[in-house]
Design a protein around this ligand. Structure first.
Ligand code: AMP
Length: 296
């Protein structure tokens, strides 16, 4: 089993010790309810050279807005510890919120870079909450490498900016999305989906696959790609927050013919199925399309 650490000072001490012993610290921050997506990030951190692996499991109140799912977010620490043991994690940091943010905690890191649109627009304050928790975690862990999932594509770009702007001595790696066999992006929030809702959620990867089909056949008009996603998604889900075809670096929306470069645009999707808000994306020209249902 990994060592379970709940206190900030203890985490700093364990990571300091590891560095002094010449070990490269790798870090994967999570909110727990671990699934294959998270575990792939842990494996990636090892491949990136980490020989002391730290995972944090912390449902960070600062990144949830009013009326969001902070209270009901799944908390499965015991199972998560077992999953981490299977991946050779050295330390799991799972603090209590009241210790991580003591009563007099009052500073915030304001996130920059591509924060204005998409998740930033739909979840005001979200990226500041992410930037604040990560700045604290990076300070405590002192990782040489930290791995993030491209499932949260915008978050990954915002974290790259944060690290660059604040000269944080950590290398940020973005890992491809890990999906269920039927194509649904793995997410702790998939646990919220009822039996009836789950098939409807498959419209999300289905819509991204349709855009990929068009892209493979040479379609380069951003509006046409975006419209196809909306057409597939719209009838199946309860609400579409956004569908956007964006520049992979700036996350600005594209229009007209997109440049035919090997790394194409990213199609971003956020939609609600029942009470569950799901996000997904596909980096055209880079990512494989989500799996098609058998026989399709
Ligand atoms: P979370 O626990 O949802 O905050 O996610 C923690 C990290 O795991 C983030 O960097 C996510 O982008 C990443 N992640 C979550 N789901 C997936 C997935 N299906 N594939 C790859 N990375 C993921």
């Amino acid at each position: 089993m990994p060592e379970l650490v709940t206190e900030r000072a203890e985490l700093r001490r364990r990571c300091e010790q590891a560095r002094q012993a010449g070990r490269a610290v790798g870090f994967v921050p999570t909110m727990g309810a671990l699934h294959e997506g998270h575990l792939a990030l842990l494996d990636a951190a090892r491949r990136e050279g980490a020989d002391f692996l730290v995972a944090s499991i912390f449902v960070n109140p600062l990144q949830f807005g009013e009326g969001e799912d902070f209270q009901r977010y799944p908390r499965t620490l015991q199972r998560d510890l077992e999953a981490c043991a299977g991946r050779g994690v050295d330390v799991v940091f799972a603090p209590e919120a009241r210790h991580f943010y003591p009563p007099d905690f009052s500073s915030r890191v304001v996130a920059g870079g591509p924060v204005a649109r998409w998740e930033g627009a739909h979840r005001p304050g979200h990226f500041d909450g992410v930037a604040t928790v990560l700045t604290k975690l990076f300070s405590l862990v002192g990782p040489s490498v930290a791995v993030f999932g491209r499932k949260d594509f915008q978050q990954w770009r915002v974290v790259e900016r944060l690290v660059e702007d604040l000269d944080l001595p950590v290398r940020v790696v973005g890992h491809p999305i890990v999906r269920e066999p039927d194509g649904l992006a793995r997410s702790s929030r998939n646990l919220y989906l009822s039996e009836a809702e789950r098939p409807r959620a498959l419209a999300i990867p289905g819509a991204l696959t349709s855009a990929h089909d068009l892209w493979s056949r040479g379609e380069r008009r951003a509006e046409v790609l975006g419209r196809r996603v909306e057409e597939v998604l719209g009838p199946a889900v309860d609400e579409v927050d956004y569908v956007a075809v964006v520049d992979a670096r700036t996350l600005e929306p594209l229009c007209g013919e997109v440049a035919d470069e090997p790394c194409g645009p990213v199609v971003l999707v956020a939609a609600r199925v029942g009470t569950t808000r799901l996000i997904d994306n596909l980096w055209l020209g880079v990512d494989d399309p989500p799996q098609r249902p058998a026989g399709d």
